[in-house]
Design a protein around this ligand. Structure first.
Ligand code: B12
Ligand code: SF4
Length: 467
């Protein structure tokens, strides 16, 4: 193997390349520089963690294909991370490096949930977390005995510090991301988290999280945890420990938090500027269908008001295309989003990701098996009450309407007139502008398939009428 001699003692060193692939319009998206001449990205925790576990004497290069080209140097080992939507591009990169005799190891969501498929392309895979596995991979490569499969150890400690300097780039403006917990005990049918973590939860020592955050440069940072508040006592302690740092941060949490006065106060005092909440839909039948009936659409509006009252913006994850959704879902959802006062949305077309209960229940209806289209932007199955084309067109229409300049302005005006809103205005402003820019850049248009069949609305509109 190609490890090289270095230093006066002639010890072995390794030259490791870690890649976050990008495909389609996302590749080299840096030509659309957005901030201070740089591309705005979260720090890539997946590859930073792998880098942290690499041998101390290794030279590690991290490449994010959204902003950089793949280098052509002489590497001893290539590691590639891939979500499902990026698997095809990851496989191209596997072929590229293997044809040059460089061992390639894949890890992350897709390799973990589709190990046999990934093994047809990579020399080896790591399933689950990198901790407890990547160290062995490096050692085995060094000694020319790379195995096919490695399983990470979820109980192995998460690195206390990450080599964040590896992300420094003239093209890359990194928004610090970190995590305190991993996994979620819920089993919403469309979500990959449970399949990946096997329903287990992992929490980091709070002191490690606080210490890491203390080292972040000023400015907003992000917790990427799937459901940070699921362990209530842990979350309370964490928020209280963060308060003295006087930093601003955002989290992903369940909307139920708005009804927990004590936790909410700790969240606000701790510095939370906003939340990403998986509301998913205003259609309670769809929520029951997906085992997410703990979300209560009739309470969304009050919950959002409460969160706003605590000075936090709300970004909602919304999904269209459930079996309980009719053609009116796009129009109805738009109305309900206005009604509930949501600041920002991330809209997804329902996507049957591998190994989720949704995928199992939909196998017969999948019409597109190109993983690249499993990016929440494409309709890859035949919905129950519309065609795949209508679902696609309706989703595009909804996102364009939600980010239409008149709606964006109305939402921003609301922040300006809210008590204390001026202080927070910058966050909803930045997010709305970013999504508006994306709608324009990708020329998202679409058409509301329900426009001609307005009678027979979903039950959701009853919520508006009942107020
Ligand atoms: C942050 C994030 C993003 C960021 C990525 C930013 C970045 N620069 O990293 C952004 C916002 C860009 C993003 C986009 C998308 N995301 Co996303 N994202 C996440 C999120 C919330 C956190 C990822 C993270 O940092 N985790 C923390 C690290 C430490 O854990 P990890 O990634 O699992 O990595 C560990 C192991 O997997 C393993 N590992 C990972 N890679 C590798 C590689 C090697 C070589 C090895 C050895 C090990 C290894 O070791 C790591 C350390 O233990 C996850 C959910 C989650 N909690 O993981 C969703 C998640 C990964 N995203 C998902 C999806 C679907 C998407 C999108 C396709 C759609 C969308 N949500 O808009 C787009 C893709 C856009 C595109 N075409 O590129 C899904 C993936 C499901 C799947 N089966 O593929 C997830 C799981 C969300 C979910 N609930 O379903 N995402
Ligand atoms: S959607 Fe959210 S609550 Fe449901 S399983 Fe996934 S992470 Fe947990």
């Amino acid at each position: 193997m190609a490890t090289r001699q270095s230093g006066i003692l002639g010890e072995l060193t390794m030259n490791i390349l870690l890649i976050a692939p990008a495909s389609g319009p996302w590749q080299r998206i840096e030509r659309h520089r957005t901030f201070n001449g740089k591309t705005f990205r979260f720090s890539m925790l997946s590859l930073l963690t792998v880098a942290a576990l690499s041998p101390k004497d290794a030279k590690v290069t991290i490449v994010d294909e959204q902003v950089e080209d793949i280098p052509d140097d002489d590497f001893d080992l290539v590691g590639i991370t891939a979500m499902t939507a990026l698997a095809p591009r990851a496989y191209e990169l596997c072929a590229h490096f293997r044809s040059r005799g460089v061992p390639v190891v894949m890890g992350g969501f897709h390799a973990t949930l589709n190990p046999d498929e990934a093994l047809r392309h990579a020399d080896a895979i790591v399933t689950g977390p990198a901790t407890g596995a990547w160290e062995r991979v490096c050692d085995d490569v060094r000694h020319g005995r790379l195995q096919r499969r490695y399983e990470g150890d979820p109980n192995a400690p998460y690195p206390k510090t990450l080599p964040r300097h590896l992300l420094e780039s003239s093209r890359y403006q990194s928004v610090n991301a970190t995590l305190a917990t991993m996994g979620c005990r819920n089993r919403c049918h469309f979500c990959s988290i449970n399949a990946f973590h096997g329903g287990n939860r992992f929490t980091r020592p709070i002191v490690d999280v606080v210490e890491e955050v203390r080292g972040f440069s000023k400015g907003l940072f992000v917790f990427v945890d799937d459901n940070l508040t699921q362990d209530r006592d842990y979350a309370l302690d964490l928020f209280r420990a963060l308060a003295p740092l006087k930093r601003r941060w955002v989290i992903q949490a369940s909307i139920e938090i708005a009804e927990d006065t004590e936790l909410l106060a700790a969240l606000a005092d701790g510095g939370c500027a906003g939340l990403f909440v998986g509301l998913e839909t205003f259609n309670s039948e769809a929520l029951s269908e997906q085992d997410k009936a703990f979300n209560r659409p009739e309470r969304y509006r009050d919950a959002i008001r409460t969160l706003h009252g605590h000075g936090m913006f709300v970004e909602a994850g919304m999904i269209v295309g459930f079996d309980a959704d009719g053609r009116n879902v796009f129009h109805d959802t738009l109305q309900m989003l206005d009604w509930a006062g949501i600041d920002v949305i991330q809209l997804a077309v329902l996507t049957p990701l591998p190994r989720t209960p949704l995928f199992e229940s939909m196998k017969d209806r999948i019409v597109d098996t190109n993983w690249e289209h499993y990016d929440y932007r494409h309709a890859v199955f035949t919905p129950k009450h519309m065609t795949a084309g209508e679902l696609q067109g309706g989703a595009d229409w909804l996102i364009r309407k939600f980010y239409a300049p008149s709606r964006v302005l109305k939402r921003l005006y609301r922040w300006l007139t809210m008590p204390g809103g001026l202080r927070m205005f910058v966050y909803p402003l930045a997010l709305n502008l970013a999504y508006y820019g994306r709608v324009r850049r990708f020329q998202i248009r679409g058409r509301d398939p329900g426009a001609t069949v307005r009678p027979g609305r979903l039950q959701t509109l009853d919520l508006v009428n009942s107020r």
